[in-house]
Ligand binder design. Structure first.
Ligand code: NFE
Ligand code: MG
Length: 571
């Protein structure tokens, strides 16, 4: 029997345009291609600019992870110019980035991923009293009465009766792969709606420390906010109390809603702990510096590499070993298509060789995406929450070890279950719980420093370009919500001469390299992967969404101007 060809373009409920092509035989996926179908090239427009402005331009790579490119950029320029930021600035960056993680992960779970597992229409069959009983059995969260869930059910019924599902349109409702009982579906939909309000509240932390959201303000040399407890125009006693409230409400929702929901839903989908593992090399550049002087090597989540799923050894990360390949990508290199370039030598020269759109298939073409293929010592690497949890677990991180063990125990699965679609989604929840707790420690440290008389948030050292060497280069890393991020900057005569970003979604959405090695999305789709109904590729959504894809980051796109057409094509 010939393989069925499948195209999902764009995959929705992500940022940007991602096209997945696959082949399926006898209910399983036998081959897969991941293609990012838009290009903009922020790296190119950085050339010739003041490096102190780079954070503001690169931050616009993405409106989802609106913090991370700014921090990576500041760190790269600070590295190049030898700038050490004050401890308060580091704590504030941690709080801003930490809240970014928490908001991003909760939104991902409820609004971008949950409906791959939760059948909204089935919730109409729920008994609200049963939902209330389940809610009380897993969490002390106060919104847990039968009348509350009856109201939510009524709201869904109104959506469905109007024929306008709105935010719930286009689901594969009734698909046989949905397994939750109606009462659990209703619980999840109720929290989907609650999470919308919750995230709007807690992300105000960005507006206090950074002036606005999305895209709060940063500053090479520190943070662009002043602290003066007596002054109404700065971070003061009142705004710190407001921030403390947001941190507490963030933790409460994560511990009492997101995490219990995730564990409860995972319990119905344990077979997904053996599906979609894919690439077994993991990279974390680590994140959340905790040393007194913003020591970028003393991190809450450690830096390191896991090879071949072997958790007995954490290998050191050496940024010199990162190279980007374009064998399968619409770019050209001066040294030719087979070359791998370290970001210090990186080139961004677009060369589209695909068919004019609209096209039928990209599968079979030598080049099929705008993503480059980053490799570490020649290996594709999986990045993101699972990489962070595995590197932390293998490093003996106490809190990570505890929550990993407890979760595996609660689900009654072994450590091998981590290498899977379910493992990626569970790891994202685990780190959110730990970060929601850690935020309180960073906040307390900031308060203690302020009480001790230190209100510095910025250093002017090396701010003046006349003090800079004629050439300088630096890198800035951070582990973003979707994984390892690196910015590499070169400065000549006070201006950016080269700027390269190697981004989490570029690692994960990478195409095949010259050795034919698939990237993580592709490899996960052919790893013991079911596809029951090729015309309703729900299982593809589950695995791809478990990475939380962002094409805007991956090829540094600013906006999506293509047609909002979801094409699911089967032949
Ligand atoms: Ni646009 Fe991003 C994150 C970065 S992903 S979301 O997290 O960097 O590649
Ligand atoms: Mg790049």
């Amino acid at each position: 029997m010939a393989a069925t060809k499948i195209v999902v373009d764009p995959i929705t409920r992500i940022e940007g345009h991602l096209r997945i092509e696959a082949q399926a035989e006898a209910g399983r996926i036998s081959n897969a291609w991941a293609s990012s179908t838009q290009f903009r090239g922020i790296e190119i427009i950085m050339q010739g600019r003041d490096p102190r402005d780079a954070w503001a331009f690169t931050q616009r790579i993405c409106g989802v992870c609106t913090v991370v490119h700014a921090v990576a950029s500041c760190r790269a320029v600070e590295d190049a110019l030898g700038i050490v930021i004050p401890p308060n600035a580091n704590l504030i960056r941690n709080l801003v980035h930490g809240m970014q993680f928490i908001q991003d992960h909760v939104i991902h779970f409820y609004h971008l991923h949950a409906l791959d597992w939760v059948d909204v229409v089935s919730a109409l069959d729920a008994d609200p009293a049963e939902t209330a009983r389940i809610a009380r059995s897993i969490s002390p969260w106060p919104n847990n009465s039968a009348s509350y869930f009856a109201d939510v059910k009524e709201r869904i019924r109104t959506f469905v009766a109007s024929g306008q599902l709105g935010i719930f349109a286009n689901g594969y409702w009734g698909h046989p792969a949905y397994k939750l009982p109606p009462a659990v579906n209703l619980l999840a939909v109720a929290h989907y709606l609650e999470a919308l309000d919750w995230q709007r509240d807690v992300i105000r932390l960005h507006t206090i420390f950074g002036g606005k959201n999305p895209h709060p303000n940063f500053l090479v040399g520190g943070m662009a906010c002043a602290i003066n407890l007596e002054d109404t125009g700065t971070i003061n006693a009142e705004s710190l109390v407001d921030i403390q409230g947001m941190i507490r409400r963030a933790r409460a929702f994560v511990e009492q809603v997101y995490w219990p929901d995730l564990v409860a839903i995972a319990g119905y989908y344990k077979e997904w702990a053996a599906i979609g593992g894919g690439v077994r090399h993991f990279l974390s550049v680590g994140e959340f510096p905790e040393g007194d002087l913003a020591d970028l090597d003393k991190l809450y989540f450690p830096r390191g590499i896991i090879l071949d799923g072997d958790l007995s050894t954490v290998h050191p990360y050496d940024q010199q070993q990162v190279k980007e390949y374009i064998t399968s990508s619409w770019y050209e290199y001066e040294a030719g298509d087979a070359a791998g370039l370290h970001p210090w030598e990186g080139e961004t020269k677009a060369k589209y060789t695909g068919p004019p759109p609209p096209f039928d298939y990209l599968q079979g073409l030598d080049k099929y995406t705008w993503m480059k293929a980053p490799r570490y010592e020649g290996r594709p690497m999986q990045v993101g929450p699972l990489a962070r949890m595995l590197v932390s677990f293998a490093s003996g991180h106490a809190e990570v070890t505890e929550i990993v063990r407890a979760t595996l125990g609660a689900l009654d699965v072994g450590p091998a279950a981590l290498f899977s679609t379910l493992g990626r989604t569970a790891a994202r929840g685990m780190e959110t719980v730990l970060l929601a707790r850690r935020m309180e420690a960073w906040f307390d440290q900031l308060i203690a420093r302020i009480k001790g008389g230190d209100t510095a948030t910025f250093t002017g050292d090396h701010w003046d370009p006349s003090t800079w060497p004629s050439t300088a280069q630096g890198y800035g890393f951070l582990d973003a919500p979707r994984g390892a991020l690196g910015h590499w900057v070169q400065i000549r005569d006070g201006k950016v001469s080269r700027y390269q970003c190697v981004v989490p979604s570029t690692w994960n959405c990478s195409p095949r390299d010259g050795d034919g090695q698939m990237g993580p999305y592709e490899a996960s789709l052919v790893d013991n992967h079911p596809l029951v109904r090729p015309d309703q590729p729900l299982e593809i959504l589950r695995t791809i969404h478990s990475f939380d894809p962002c094409m805007a980051c991956g090829v540094h796109v600013l906006d999506a101007t293509g047609q909002p057409i979801v094409e699911v094509k089967v032949q």
